[in-house]
Write a protein that binds this ligand. Structure first.
Ligand SMILES: C[S@@+](CC[C@H](N)C(=O)[O-])C[C@H]1O[C@@H](n2cnc3c(N)ncnc32)[C@H](O)[C@@H]1O
Length: 280
């Protein structure tokens, strides 16, 4: 992150969700606020971005990770969970669409990104729901305990954590510390995504993935941590997560893409994981 600057990759992820609403009619992930929350400049650039076929795999992946996470969230609520924590929320709009009465949402983010989001909500005329609480935290420098205790999160009660598009940008220390925090919450569940190391990709794909990483780095947000599937699964089990569901691109495509998966490369790529303290 650039000190004191809001995340540029958060703006990019939000733009992908917005384009998905128009190009694919939100068929993987429907989000009526995705376009409204964008700033004018980003909204103006959507058409150009939509026309680039190279962006399609990432757009579908970003839609699918939100769909998977919100389905897991709904299942957690059905089991009785009443606290949701959105880690590194960016311009995520779950808190605006929260359909679950009595469920509190805590949005945790890098302080400058969170301040920018609050501005965006005001400028877009979107009211902050009463069920939403903001908690500014830099995962590399501050503890989640301090960040979440003050606004009233109950670490002694079950919670669902959504952590999308954040892990690659953190050091392994910050990832481990965050997982320790989540694992200490009773009956906790977390959904997050991660990328495989460059060496795992086929030659043609590797260049494209490295170009994406270089683009993020040029915006001050380098990819710091990538994982082999076996490595992340072992780390989660060490931390006490008994159930680990790891979906690669092919699994996501088969589950959520429908006809949109035609022509896509379904080799190694991004993964989305659901990890739970509860046995399956
Ligand atoms: C690619 S964006 C993803 C945003 C959102 N989850 C989404 O899917 O649209 C990365 C997010 O991670 C947050 N982030 C990155 N490094 C962070 C840090 N050290 N502490 C807190 N948040 C961080 C950024 O502020 C940003 O919101």
């Amino acid at each position: 992150m650039q000190p004191g600057e809001p995340s540029k990759t958060a703006r990019g992820a939000a733009a992908y969700r917005a384009i998905h609403q128009t190009l694919e009619a939100g068929s993987i992930f429907s989000d009526p606020f995705a376009i409204r929350i964008l700033d004018d400049e980003t909204r103006a650039g959507l058409e150009e971005s939509a026309a680039d076929p190279a962006r399609r795999p990432m757009r579908l992946f970003i839609a699918a990770r939100s769909r998977f996470s919100e389905e897991a969230l709904a299942a957690s609520v059905a089991r009785g969970i009443r606290q949701v924590v959105v880690l590194g929320a960016g311009l995520d709009t779950f808190s605006l669409r929260n359909p679950h009465a009595g469920v509190r949402v805590f949005e945790v983010d890098y302080p400058a990104t969170q301040a920018w989001k609050r501005e965006r909500l005001t400028q877009a005329g979107l009211a902050v729901p009463g069920s939403l609480t903001f908690a500014p935290v830099d995962f590399e420098r501050q503890s989640l305990t301090d960040g979440l205790d003050a606004p009233g999160f109950r670490a002694d009660l079950p919670a669902f954590f959504q952590w999308l598009g954040v892990v690659p940008y953190l050091t392994r220390e910050a990832i481990a510390t965050t997982l320790d925090y989540i694992a200490a919450v009773p009956d906790s569940e977390v959904v997050f995504d991660y990328a495989e190391p460059f060496a795992n990709y086929s030659e043609g794909r590797r260049e494209k993935i490295m170009a994406m990483a270089a683009s993020a780095a040029s915006r001050g947000e380098p990819w710091l941590s990538m994982f082999d599937p076996g490595e992340i699964s072992e780390l989660l089990r060490e931390k006490g997560f008994e159930t680990v569901e790891d979906l690669g691109v092919a699994d996501l495509a088969n589950r959520f893409y429908g006809d949109l998966k035609k022509g896509l490369n379904l080799g190694p790529g991004g993964h989305v994981i659901r990890a739970s303290r509860r046995a399956a």
